[in-house]
Write a protein that binds this ligand. Structure first.
Ligand code: ZN
Ligand code: ZN
Length: 348
């Protein structure tokens, strides 16, 4: 089967590999129907994910159809359409039982698919702990609607959940890339009083304006003044930092009002500085990512109910055989790309 593979630093290639098989009674093998490319894949390509192993099939955002299951799998059967979770988790350890599945103590716990074990930019993928890692897609939800459920939509949903957003809150989201947009949709579900999105890229600002007309959009140079003006208590009640630059990290706490919650979703390339003397007396609460991706059932139900829809994020579609062109477009951010969908064109 075709599998997009991390060959060496700076190089991915479409290779022919054996179809994956069940290795453990808790495994499932899924025929991938649609996958996507995430910024984390680019981090692997450029060598900034040390745990990623050369030779691995990349890809951790995908949906598909169950092809085979091990004897211990009970939640899905062959033929079921499923969303695949980015995280591998046992469901049984201390962290899993508390809902902190990102910290699952299994050797492959956390983000393993497409990083430490073969992922889903391929015709087939083996999913360990299938009862936890797969969620049946309701019949009325399409593959395109479900594509982001296991990764960026799970991230946005988790970020909105841990930010404890209330109806009276002014919420600031820093960054309107794909994860920022998913976070925005999940924040809107909580119906805060107002939402401000700060984004440096004009094309991304236009995308927010077109798709989320009730959201206030601003730029990094104006965001402090705006949150002070619009927030009733000297700043934003909740700040979600989804951009990942030193500037946005600084803006996150600067725009927060005293006693606000600042949720850091972004992944940084370098350590960031918390200037505690400057923020003394602000009494901020910081919460930090990775996602605990254990809300996929709820997210799919919200999509089925018409309350969440991320299909507008899919701006381009490519066949698996042409995935290199999709990467090129995504990485160079050409042609207004937000997310790409890769469909399996290999004779299924
Ligand atoms: Zn991702
Ligand atoms: Zn666990």
């Amino acid at each position: 089967m075709l599998a997009y593979t991390y060959v060496a630093q700076g190089r991915f290639a479409l290779q022919d590999k054996p179809k994956p098989v069940i290795q453990d009674p808790r495994d499932a093998v899924v025929r991938v129907t649609l996958s996507s490319i995430c910024t984390s894949d680019l981090h692997i390509k450029h060598g900034s994910v040390p745990r990623a192993v050369p030779g691995i099939t990349v890809g951790h955002e995908m949906v598909g159809v169950v092809e085979a299951v091990g004897d211990a799998v009970s939640s899905v059967r062959p033929g079921d359409r499923v969303a695949v979770n980015v995280e591998t988790f046992c469901g049984d350890c201390f962290f899993c039982r508390n809902g902190w599945v990102n910290n699952c103590t299994d050797p492959n716990g956390g983000w393993a698919l497409g990083c430490r074990i073969d992922g889903g930019q391929a015709e087939y993928v083996r999913v360990p702990y299938a009862d936890q890692g797969l969620t049946r897609i309701p019949d009325e939800v399409t593959d395109r609607q479900a594509l982001f459920v296991g990764d960026i939509l799970a991230t946005g949903f988790w970020a909105a959940r841990i930010s404890e957003i209330g109806r009276e809150d002014t919420v600031l989201i820093l960054g309107a890339g794909p994860t920022g947009l998913c976070t925005l949709q999940c924040v809107l579900l909580r119906q805060p009083k107002q939402v401000i999105v700060c984004e440096i890229d004009p094309a991304r600002r236009d995308f927010v304006r077109e798709n989320y007309p009730n959201v206030c959009i601003t730029t990094p140079d104006k965001v402090i003044g705006l949150t002070q003006k619009l927030g009733e208590h000297g700043g934003a009640d909740r700040v979600l930092e989804v951009a990942g630059t030193p500037e946005t990290f600084r803006l996150a706490w600067q725009c927060a009002r005293p006693n606000a919650i600042v949720t850091v979703v972004a992944l940084y390339n370098e350590p960031q500085t918390l200037p505690l003397p400057e923020m003394y007396g602000k009494n901020l609460t910081f919460k930090t990512g990775g996602v605990d991706g254990c809300d996929c059932r709820e997210i799919l139900d919200l999509i089925a109910a018409g309350k969440l829809d991320t299909t507008a994020l899919i701006t381009h579609t490519f066949p698996l055989s042409d995935i290199a062109a999709a990467y090129d477009l995504f990485e160079q951010r050409r042609d207004g790309v937000v997310k790409v969908a890769i469909f399996n064109d290999q004779g299924n």
